[in-house]
Design a protein around this ligand. Structure first.
Ligand code: NCD
Length: 326
């Protein structure tokens, strides 16, 4: 279903719903396009006209700071008209269904929806409902998928490590509840990263996690040994039913990223976190603010990556624009 929905008949990206099913070339095209948008954010006038006259609706049924804001900035830098809605405090609260909200916004001639929802599968459901000329980007659905985060993570890794071949990447923490981990694992596998590890207590790993193409570890010193990239995840306490960790202090003692634990990684290892991070729970401040952290560059990169995805699925002449600038 994903593949049919996600692509046009000629194989071009139509919606951006999940990393699964994407070809390596598509992912690389997004990364290369994002690279060309980095300079836009560094200019005096941070705008290109690719989405001029288009209406983008940011529809966040679940709260967000970084993702919502960077999508808004990305759309504005592409010259689109952007509307931000938080339906959980308006229409949904009054009893309107998600699809009725979508129909109303579609009646206003929205060209592109950026949707975040607490339910896994919501983005697919909405994409399936939309008339085919309206596009959708999944900004995170439940525990399922967060494909633009995976793209900005891959982009950040490529910027610091140049190449995916030969890399060892460790994803640490609450893998069980993490759409970020799921999408990133798919992206790294498609991009050919030879070793993707997940490091977590058994209670925070999905069953049969190896089937996702990762090596599980339960010990930080073993899991981080010799890695090039460490991706820390937030403990998603809002998604936990029952006690999955003994206590926060104990979790930090065993799985919290400290300088000491990081010392077993490669000397030039980078530390990433999608945010929001909990200092003193999954990551020590000395690491979060230290020289190997690239957590804020991830945020900056997120704008260029989201510009690239929007421009590509809206069929803008990105290639022509890029060529013209070269
Ligand atoms: C993540 C999310 O919302 O899925 N954050 C983000 O998008 N930057 C991760 C999280 O909430 O922990």
């Amino acid at each position: 279903m994903t593949e049919d929905l996600q692509f046009d008949k000629d194989g071009r990206l139509h919606h951006f719903l999940s990393i699964e099913g994407l070809k390596r070339e598509t992912i690389v095209e997004i990364l290369d396009t994002a690279e060309s948008f980095i300079s836009v954010g560094e200019r005096e006038i941070k705008k290109v006209p690719l989405l001029r006259g288009k209406t983008v609706v940011n529809l966040f049924f679940e709260s967000s700071t970084r993702t919502r804001t960077t999508f808004e900035i990305a759309a504005k830098r592409l010259s689109a008209d952007v509307i931000n809605l938080n339906p959980s405090v308006s229409s949904t609260k009054k009893g309107e269904t998600v699809l009725d909200t979508i129909d109303n916004l579609e009646a206003m001639h929205t060209d592109l929806f950026v949707v975040r929802h607490i339910n896994s599968g919501a983005a697919h459901l909405i994409a399936n409902h939309l008339p085919r000329h309206v596009r959708l980007i999944n900004a995170g659905d439940g525990r399922h998928s967060h494909p633009t985060q995976a793209m900005l993570d891959a982009f950040t890794i490529r910027r610091y490590k140049k190449d995916f071949a030969g890399l060892k990447v460790a994803i640490v923490g609450d893998i069980l509840h993490s759409r970020v981990a799921r999408s990133l694992i798919h992206a790294l596998n498609i991009l050919g990263v030879p070793e993707v590890r997940v490091v977590a207590p058994k209670t925070l790993l999905p069953t049969a996690v190896e089937q996702l193409g990762v090596h599980p570890f339960h010990n930080m010193y073993e899991g981080l040994e010799d890695v090039d990239v460490v991706v820390m995840l937030r403990l998603q306490r809002e998604r936990m039913e029952g006690a999955l960790i003994p206590s926060e202090q104990e979790y930090f003692r065993v799985y919290g990223l400290t300088e000491e634990k990081l010392s077993v990684a490669k000397d030039d290892a980078i530390v990433m976190h999608p945010g929001p991070m909990n200092r003193g729970l999954e990551i020590d401040s000395a690491v979060a603010d230290g020289p190997r952290a690239v957590i804020l560059p991830q945020v900056t990169n997120g704008i260029a990556v989201r510009m690239a995805i929007m421009a590509l699925i809206m069929g803008g002449n990105v290639q022509r624009e890029r060529k013209g600038k070269e």
